[in-house]
Design a binder for this molecule. Structure first.
Ligand SMILES: Nc1ncnc2c1ncn2[C@@H]1O[C@H](COP(=O)(O)OP(=O)(O)OP(=O)(O)O)[C@@H](O)[C@H]1O
Length: 209
């Protein structure tokens, strides 16, 4: 039997933070190869949407369903386990070296994909491999955070302002990596105020225009 195609379905999703409604009634679906650009004004709820979809913030209503995520091989797993979330905070361990950070995340996520050495190569941070993450510049930290996407395979990527702090050459590298993930049958949701260097299949506007 051929595997079910990858599909992310978000239905009537609502979010409250600090006792206040942030958004409600958000519904969309994305399939293999789709880039969804999440746009909206500051404070509209783009980051909150990604965090709710990832399961990091509880939803006030609605549902998030991932189908056809064959990599896990386990239909009963929460949808967040099929996703990589890359937020504003780079979630690095400051005392660990660059290489140790990637080894940590590979062990934590499981389902190894690229070896840490090869992931470092993707964003040209091999020369920094033995430095503690605390010593990295903002753009270098962001590069390292993006390398985490590659040390274990997860089909759905949730990226919050992924190009922030990246120089132009690295933004182009990121676009290429995103293109490859989509071509391989993945799904990407990216909250952005700018250009991702790729044409989205869907532009999802959160909050009033
Ligand atoms: N931990 C929190 N507790 C209470 N309110 C919060 C919390 N985090 C975010 N909010 C509120 O939720 C709303 C949406 O914030 P969010 O960060 O999702 O917006 P955004 O669209 O990503 O904004 P930006 O474009 O500035 O990054 C804002 O009004 C914000 O103040």
């Amino acid at each position: 039997m051929s595997p079910a195609p990858l599909r992310l379905t978000v239905s009537d999703l609502a979010c409250e933070r600090g006792g206040r409604a942030v958004f409600a009634g958000v519904s969309f679906a994305a399939g293999a190869g789709d880039l969804v650009a999440v746009v909206g004004h500051n404070g509209a709820g783009k980051s909150s949407l990604l965090r709710v979809i990832a399961g990091l913030v509880p939803k006030a209503a609605g549902s998030v369903v991932v189908e056809g995520a064959e990599t896990s091989g386990d239909e009963g797993r929460p949808s967040g386990e099929h996703m990589h979330y890359c937020g504003h905070a780079d979630a690095l361990k400051p005392a660990l070296t660059v290489r140790e950070n990637l080894a940590f995340w590979r062990d934590y996520y499981g389902g190894a994909a690229l070896a840490p050495e090869d992931a470092l190569d993707l964003f040209a941070i091999e020369p920094l491999a033995d430095l503690p993450a605390a010593y990295l510049s903002a753009g270098q930290k962001r590069r390292l955070a993006l390398c985490r996407l590659f040390v274990s395979y997860r089909p759905v990527w949730l990226l919050d302002e992924p190009t922030s702090a990246l120089d132009v050459a690295t933004q182009a590298r990121l676009s290429e990596r995103m293109r490859e993930h989509l071509a391989g049958g993945g799904i990407i949701l990216a909250a952005t105020h700018g250009d991702l260097g790729l044409a989205p299949a869907l532009v999802l506007t959160i909050g009033a225009a």
